[in-house]
Design a protein. Structure first.
Length: 170
């Protein structure tokens, strides 16, 4: 998730006498939101539709799927700036990189030894699309399913919540 700070302020007249109240009338609620971009660091990546996280299986297949949050290292990802506007996502436990096993709808996400670039398109409310370079394909939690082991694959970007991810620093 991006580093998001919210400042709320309510301005009210402190003095209850009439001369002060007319001099300083109550002001409406004010809300400011500051969104900072996703920066290199260690994150847990949480799906907007299901609140499950990007999890790398601990077997020898290294499948990337949705899983309930356990705070284990296989659910933590190092976001590494590739220097070209893209990022590499490296699993903390396996040291493997997020990779797609194809470049079309339905291509599964897996862990691979070589880095793959990904674009992180962060939206004003903090969520981000994890995009496969040179395409309109986004990391998509299959139907936003909450079940452990739900497939995460590439799918044409539709704007659905199942394609939106929050990067939360760990």
């Amino acid at each position: 998730m991006s580093l998001t700070g919210i400042i709320h302020g309510v301005h009210k007249a402190r003095d209850q006498n009439t001369s002060s109240a007319s001099k300083y009338p109550p002001r409406p609620f004010v809300s400011l939101q500051f969104i900072m971009g996703i920066e290199p660091g260690k994150y847990q990546i949480k799906n907007h539709a299901s609140w499950t996280v990007l999890d790398e299986s601990t077997d020898d297949k290294h499948i990337i799927h949705g899983w309930q949050q356990t705070n284990q290292p296989n659910q933590h990802w190092d976001v590494i700036d590739s220097g070209s506007g893209a990022f590499h996502l490296q699993n903390v436990a396996s040291k493997l990189f997020l990779h797609a096993d194809g470049s079309s709808d339905g291509a599964r996400l897996v862990g691979a030894p070589q880095p793959s670039p990904w674009y992180l398109d962060q939206q004003p409310n903090g969520e981000a699309y994890i995009l496969f370079p040179g395409t309109n394909f986004a990391a998509d939690l299959d139907n936003g399913n909450v079940a452990d082991g739900t497939t995460i694959h590439l799918w044409n970007r539709t704007g659905a919540k199942q394609q939106q991810w929050f990067f939360e620093k760990v």
